[in-house]
Design a protein around this ligand. Structure first.
Ligand code: UDX
Ligand code: ADP
Length: 475
């Protein structure tokens, strides 16, 4: 080990998890050398500029603090693994699209490939940390691949799941609720866990660093995401009931969330949850339960995903129903395409499903999102829905990406708010109303607008779990 650094880390995978996590470790631990490597040269090149490949508030400042000091980005995967004491595996593990477990199991191909590369190129002992969300017992697969090396090297495998949420990643990493480290309970395993814990202890209080066995750690990540997603699906199921009965879902969230035993977070009814984790992790849990013959448990968790699918579909069906049962040829403005605010990430975004449904109905769709790139919309739609301008040339003409919200709304029949970007709250809705076809509809899929004010302007407003004042005399 060089005198300059106490520990050397290599992180395989420079994506939404690897990039921000390593940047924060480097910022917080000047005596730890951190190098993030990736197969994708373009991705690495972008990390080495001020046009980072992902949008995350505060990330650029953190990167600039440490880049060139003790934070590096490189495609020299072998060289960086060789230098490292600790190698993080932080690669994508998407849901399988074919073969055994298709549509449910996560594909750990990339993790296994990383383990094979580590085994092949290493010349010294390593601690290998599984950071990507993986099916329970993936560490066992990694361990076995690593053990097959014939160089007599010792590899300790740890699980250290990431709990950051996109859009708030820097805060989540700088002040996490907890850091979880799972490892073997052997003396070598405990020593490896302690070495990783001592890196985090540079800025995180010891009582927040939990150590467990490997399987508990892997499983905790799936369970945490399943519980969070379950809360969103639970409140979304109530939003449907509210729209039928005249109750207001925000009032219910407030009343229910004030019970300390329940808590108020993740009770915001919406057009549905998206993102790369919730659905993938629940399906993973479902597959795991099925594998062990626990069919009732599998069905219980599967219902959370089904409810989310229902919520997304219910939203687009309501739009069509309210607009006189037809949107054919109508201009519809979609404000927000990212799966949540403060990110440009579109994986599993509910907007994509609404756009797909409206396209199938023959609408002309104009999308505005402050961070989403058109090519990312298409690549995610091709991956998840199997349609793209290549397979369906009419899609390109039917969907316009607008430079700003006003251009997207000009002349449209309806506006749908699908991401809760702050800037949508302060748009000039009088101006938007004047530019639209009448009757002008607003469908608020995030409940972020002042609905009474919009109605005063003249809009017909429909929101999630909010009673329609025209439908209930007593409101
Ligand atoms: C999630 C977990 O929160 C994080 O701990 C884990 O590491 C990765 O998965 P992320 O997917 O980035 O993070 O965002 P999150 O804030 O959890 O939101 C997920 C989805 O749920 C978004 O589409 C969001 O809009 C939606 N959501 C969230 C709601 O619809 N209502 C809520 O009350 C909260
Ligand atoms: P996540 O949200 O889990 O971080 P991303 O897709 O944003 O997922 O990032 C994963 C990154 O891992 C991608 O940039 C991809 O190129 C990289 N990657 C995948 N396989 C490997 C590998 N074998 N070695 C190095 N990097 C890899």
């Amino acid at each position: 080990m060089s005198d300059e650094y106490d520990v050397k880390i290599c992180c395989m995978g420079a994506g939404y998890v690897g990039g921000p996590t390593m940047a924060v470790i480097a910022k917080m631990c000047p005596r730890v050398r951190v190098c993030v490597v990736d197969l994708n040269q373009k991705q690495i090149d972008a990390w080495n500029t001020d046009e980072l490949p992902i949008y995350e508030p505060g990330l650029l400042d953190v990167v600039k603090t440490a880049r060139g000091r003790n934070l590096f980005f490189s495609t020299d995967i072998s060289g960086e693994i060789q230098k490292a004491d600790i190698v993080f595996i932080s690669v994508n593990t998407p849901t399988k699209t074919q073969g055994i477990g298709a549509g449910r199991a996560a594909n750990i191909k990339n993790c296994e490939l990383c383990a094979r590369t580590i085994a092949e190129v290493s010349t010294t002992d390593k601690i290998v940390v599984e950071k990507s969300t993986v099916p329970v017992r993936t560490a066992e697969a990694i361990r076995r691949v690593l053990k097959c090396n014939d160089k007599g090297l010792n590899f300790q495998v740890l699980s250290n799941p990431e709990f950051l949420a996109e859009g708030t990643a820097i805060d989540d990493l700088e002040s996490p609720d907890r850091v979880l480290i799972g490892g073997s309970q052997s003396p070598e395993g405990l020593a490896a866990a302690e070495k990783l814990a001592s890196v985090y202890a540079n800025w995180i209080p010891r009582e927040r660093i939990l150590t467990t066995n490997l399987w508990s750690s892997e499983c905790s990540k799936l369970v945490a995401n399943a519980f969070l997603a379950q809360r969103v699906s639970s409140i979304n199921s109530i939003s449907a009931l509210c729209e039928s009965t005249g109750a207001d879902v925000s009032e219910i969230s407030r009343a229910v969330g004030m019970d300390d035993r329940i808590g108020k977070r993740f009770l915001q009814a919406s057009v549905g949850f998206g993102g790369s984790c919730f659905q993938k992790d629940i399906l993973n849990l479902v597959y795991l339960c099925e594998t062990y013959g626990l069919d009732e448990c599998a069905e219980y968790w599967n219902q959370v995903v089904k409810m989310n699918d229902y919520q997304k579909k219910r939203f687009s069906e309501k739009m069509v129903a309210k607009m006189f049962n037809t949107v054919t040829g109508k201009k519809i403005s979609i404000l927000g395409y990212a799966f949540k605010k403060d990110t440009g990430d579109v994986r599993e975004t509910p907007s994509m499903f609404v756009v797909k449904d409206l396209y199938a109905e023959g609408a002309r769709i104009h999308v505005y999102d402050p961070q989403v790139k058109r090519e990312d919309m298409w690549s995610e739609m091709a991956y998840t829905c199997g349609i793209s301008p290549d397979t369906d040339p009419k899609l390109d003409a039917a969907v316009t990406t607008s430079p700003d919200a006003y251009a997207a709304c000009e002349g449209s029949h309806s506006v749908a708010i699908l991401t809760e970007w702050d800037e949508f709250k302060t748009l000039d809705y009088e101006k938007i109303y004047k530019s639209m076809s009448k009757p002008a509809f607003i469908f608020d899929g995030r409940n972020i607008l002042d609905h009474d004010k919009l109605r005063e302007i003249g809009f017909e407003v429909h929101a999630i779990g909010k009673p329609d004042p025209n439908a209930f005399d007593d409101l």
